[in-house]
Ligand binder design. Structure first.
Ligand SMILES: NC(=O)c1ccc[n+]([C@@H]2O[C@H](COP(=O)([O-])OP(=O)(O)OC[C@H]3O[C@@H](n4cnc5c(N)ncnc54)[C@H](O)[C@@H]3O)[C@@H](O)[C@H]2O)c1
Ligand SMILES: [Zn+2]
Ligand SMILES: [Zn+2]
Length: 373
């Protein structure tokens, strides 16, 4: 028996989000249905629109969700009806070799996500009019007010956490915080550059401070983002890497930053190379941003070797959803992680295209979609 949902669907690269009535299949074995209360509007969903992330379409967008379990399929052991949850855009099966080593962010069951369908190759959403199957961003689709996903992609959270901040921890907060703490390996007294302080980067700023950095240097061309970065933990903020370098050199004996985290909206090889040149010997550049799926980072092999530098990609902040989502929410409750301050504006589902226009205009630190039922 199907239920109904209402959600924002992307049909083609370059198209607008279409808000549609959807049919939603009952949860199958190991699956749960979530009544989605709030969804973040991450830049990654916009990559579906621009084509920077090649996904099969049509697709219900959204992967940063928080809500309530309202049905469970056979064999569900992790969650029960009534549980409050945050979605995990990468699954944590718990038993593959990677999960077993505490690397849930590269869980084997995440393979094939770009098809938009569940692991068994079928969709849970279908068009309310034509009946055509419709995929889901990261097997979630939090731009719909109800969704069905695997129990491996929902993490129980405390009932007293507001949904509009819990949803942000599903991706942007954990990704940003972890990119500094786990990805770049920030240590006490470090000088850290966070390049791009939007929804993800602002949490890299918070993570770097948490890890004890002495100087968190924010880089963003948008003045509003620089102001917010200074409020939330950056010591200095500049419009470009080049502008930041005199200060960075002044506090590092001319050597360069200890670490850099790249969290711009759309990355290219040139920017990664510039970040690489900005760090010191044995320093690390952690790249979080998505860009076109094309080769080419113009880094000098000599610079790489003789300065013993590190360059790495970071997925979900190299966090473990089942451990880190609740842990970050505990930090929030104890005042050590700012989440309420991240939300610039709340939107209805029908305003989803306005929300992305605002993101492109640099108006929002975070936009959040509040669902109706
Ligand atoms: N690796 C992961 O697990 C992961 C997870 C979530 C998001 N992402 C990616 O991270 C990136 C950031 O996402 P977001 O939601 O924070 O986007 P956002 O649009 O909210 O923020 C991007 C920021 O980068 C700034 N920027 C643009 N060009 C810049 C430049 N040349 N130098 C410095 N700053 C610049 C923008 O002004 C903006 O403030 C996206 O590419 C997104 O897809 C990756
Ligand atoms: Zn796994
Ligand atoms: Zn995201």
């Amino acid at each position: 028996m199907n239920t109904t949902a209402r959600g924002a669907v992307i049909h083609a690269v370059g198209a607008k989000w279409e808000v549609e009535d959807l049919a939603l299949a009952e949860p199958g074995p190991g699956e749960v249905r979530i009544k989605v209360m709030a969804s973040g509007l991450c830049h990654s969903d916009d990559h579906l629109v621009t084509g920077d992330i090649p996904n099969a379409l049509p697709l219900v967008g959204g992967h940063e969700g928080a809500g309530i379990i309202d049905a469970v399929g056979p064999g569900v052991t992790r969650l029960a009806v009534g549980d409050h949850v945050a979605t995990a855009y990468l699954p944590a099966c718990g038993t593959c070799a990677w999960c077993a080593q505490g690397m849930q962010y590269i869980c084997d069951t995440g393979a094939g996500m770009e098809a938009g369908f569940m692991l068994d190759g079928t969709a849970r959403f279908s068009s309310g009019t034509s009946g055509r199957p419709i995929g889901a961003m990261q097997r979630l689709g939090t731009f719909a007010n109800y969704l069905v996903t695997s129990q491996a992609q929902a993490v129980k959270i405390d009932d007293d956490i507001p949904f509009d901040v819990a949803c942000l921890v599903s991706c942007g907060v954990a990704t940003g915080w972890g990119s500094a703490v786990n990805g770049a390996g920030v240590r006490p007294r470090d000088t850290v550059m966070v390049i791009g302080v939007g929804g993800v980067g602002i949490n890299a700023v918070q993570g770097a401070r948490h890890a004890g950095a002495a100087h968190v240097v924010a880089v963003d061309p948008v003045a509003y983002k620089r102001e917010r970065a200074l409020e939330l933990g950056a010591i200095h903020a500049y419009a470009t890497i080049e502008d930041a370098m005199p200060f960075v050199h002044s506090v590092t004996n001319g050597q360069g930053a200890d670490n850099a985290v790249v969290t711009v909206g759309v990355v290219d090889g040139r920017l990664i190379a510039d970040a690489f040149s900005a760090i010191r010997k044995e320093g690390t550049v952690a790249v979080v941003s998505i860009g076109q799926n094309q080769p080419g980072i113009p880094i000098s092999p000599l610079e790489l070797v003789v300065y013993a530098k590190h360059l790495r990609g970071v997925l979900f902040g190299n966090c473990n959803p089942t451990r880190d989502i609740p842990a970050l929410l505990d930090y929030y409750k104890s005042g050590r992680l700012k989440l309420d301050e991240l939300v610039t504006r709340r939107y209805t589902l029908d305003q989803v295209n306005d929300a992305y226009s605002d993101m492109h205009a640099g108006l929002n630190l975070r936009g959040v979609l509040i669902h109706e039922h």
